[in-house]
Design a binder for this molecule. Sequence first.
Ligand code: GAF
Length: 378
Amino acid sequence: MTSHEELFGAAPEGLWAAPGRVNLIGEHTDYNEGFVMPFALPHTARATVSRRADRVLRLYSRDVPGDPVELDLDGLVPRTVQGWAAYPAGVAWALQEAGHEISGADIAIESNVPVGAGLSSSAALEVVTGLALSDLNGLDLAPDVIARLGQRAENDFVGMPCGILDQMASACCTAGHVLYLDTRDLSRRQVPFAMALEGLRLLVVDTQVKHAHADGAYANRRAECEAGAAALGVPFLRDVPFDGLADALARLTDDTVRRRVKHIVTENRRVERVIELLDAGRARDIGPVLTEGHASLRDDFEISCPELDLVVDTAGAAGALGARMTGGGFGGSAIVLVEETAAEAIGKAVLSAFDAEGYRPPRVFEAIPSPGAQRLPL
Ligand code: GAF
């Protein structure tokens, strides 16, 4: 592997890592100022960085063949950088837009967060860049500030209207915990989630499909939620209480908007139910809530796909405690909560079902709640 010094002619000043995530529950609630519950995966984006005396930003990916991308820090223009480099470049842009002075830098990134799998490979790139540039420029930014800068980069520089879930997960999660996050004010609590101690496993099934219309459909869902909030006269769907749902639904005339509202309001309630169960030491009992969440995403929010439904249905029939798609939808990954003793059989059942349907084999791995972004020894 070509070293940082061979690539850039200067030794790296540090090494930083930021993880991908799964979201246990709370899907598409973030841009509605609701609740989410992600945890970090052991998979990370890692960056070696050295500062430069000039105003050049050089970005190199160890995963994507090609020469370093070279940019002028003073000439970064939203939506002009293509591909993976848009994420780190967008963070440099967002830092400066926020009034921070940063020096030129050489950045080499590698990542083992699966791309296009709904596991936040983009947020990992953003957060690792934000943390490294914060440290090297003496900015000392808090993790939630770095997360917001990552979101700004993605919204305004890349052009994807995501919420704050993925960046907060990558920046703020801790090992052995799920992050219970209120996306309205970013208040949060680390909730112990030591599945192995309770004889449980959480499997990730990466279907390895990403349906082509995913990004446009995400923006549509966001617009439909905003239309629902406007029709109900509230700032965000977070402001529709669960016990006022029937009344709210009766006031909506558009059937599509009505179903989107139903998903968001019930999903916020599901996050509360999961947190109540985890707080009561009843991790096993969250299974049915996860499966109910999947049905809501499939039927009311309409962002599942045949491959994700097959994972959930097959795992359920094979004895899983619960299963749901995770992330933005239209492909990507599902999570499956299983008894440790049944994990292997359920994984095999899913693989066989994909084979029987003629689908490409999914990647199945265990999700272990892992640390958030951090500086590592070189
Ligand atoms: C994607 C987005 F980036 C997040 O902000 C969130 O909306 C998620 O989809 C769905 O919960 O990962």
